[in-house]
Design a binder for this molecule. Structure first.
Ligand SMILES: N[C@@H](CCC(=O)N[C@@H](CS)C(=O)NCC(=O)O)C(=O)O
Length: 217
């Protein structure tokens, strides 16, 4: 059965789910929301997703939300190829690396936070950009240090195939590039990003490749 994804091309959380669906070879039907136009509120989307955020995934009648929970669900229901290693310590590392972005960096740069900074707190566009770069940089610094420590990292964050950590790393580096973070110090993260983006499942999920990106252009 085709899954239904509520998505927005620029959304890094939707990007994560698109990558996972592609890696698992699962077909999806997209419903596009335009976050900058506030479509998610106008279309009554909040009834479906009370946070009014993307992604929301429907697997048949089952509604799923929060990208990392969706990744875990997809991995449990479609185990091949696995998104987590088998060893418990390695699983904890992969989840830990993933959470640096999902739980710590990304929540600070989402549109509702950026809008609050400029709309309510009246910070300038320049200050907003500095805020975004600051939190993305801190996440990248931590990831780079941990990758250097982790002997099983190399082409990917752990082992020879992409895991949840790589999906989340890609969605940390991608916005960092977009917001002009200086990336030279993060050579391990960049190498992993390049290895991932050489895989069709990742490249095809990228924001510029989405049909709503073409409409927005
Ligand atoms: N932790 C959530 C984040 C969801 C989220 O904030 N999505 C963003 C796009 S990446 C969104 O819809 N933002 C709308 C807004 O901030 O107003 C996840 O990983 O799914």
């Amino acid at each position: 059965m085709t899954m239904k994804l509520f998505t927005y091309f620029r959304s890094q959380a939707s990007f994560r789910v698109r990558i996972a669906l592609n890696l698992k070879g699962l077909r999806r039907e997209d419903t596009f929301l335009h976050l900058e136009h506030g479509d998610q509120y106008e279309a009554g989307y909040k009834k479906l997703n009370p946070q009014a955020v993307v992604p929301t995934l429907f697997d048949g009648d089952h509604k799923l939300f929060q990208s990392l929970a969706i990744l875990e669900y997809l991995d449990e229901t479609h185990p091949n190829p696995p998104l987590l290693p088998r060893d418990p310590v390695a699983r904890a590392w992969v989840r830990g690396l993933a959470l640096i972005n999902v739980a710590d960096s990304h929540p600070l740069i989402v549109p509702r936070v950026r809008n609050y900074l400029t709309g309510t707190l009246k910070v300038s566009e320049e200050q907003k950009l500095a805020w975004i770069q600051h939190w993305l940089t801190l996440g990248l610094e931590a990831m780079e240090t941990l990758l250097a420590e982790h002997i099983e990292s190399g082409t990917f964050c752990h082992g020879d195939t992409p895991t949840m950590a790589d999906i989340c790393l890609v969605t940390q580096v991608f916005p960092a590039r977009m917001f002009k973070v200086k990336l030279e110090p993060y050579r391990r993260a960049l190498r992993i990003y390049d290895s991932c983006m050489a895989i069709a499942a990742f490249a095809d999920a990228a924001p510029p490749k989405q049909p709503d990106a073409e409409k927005a252009a």
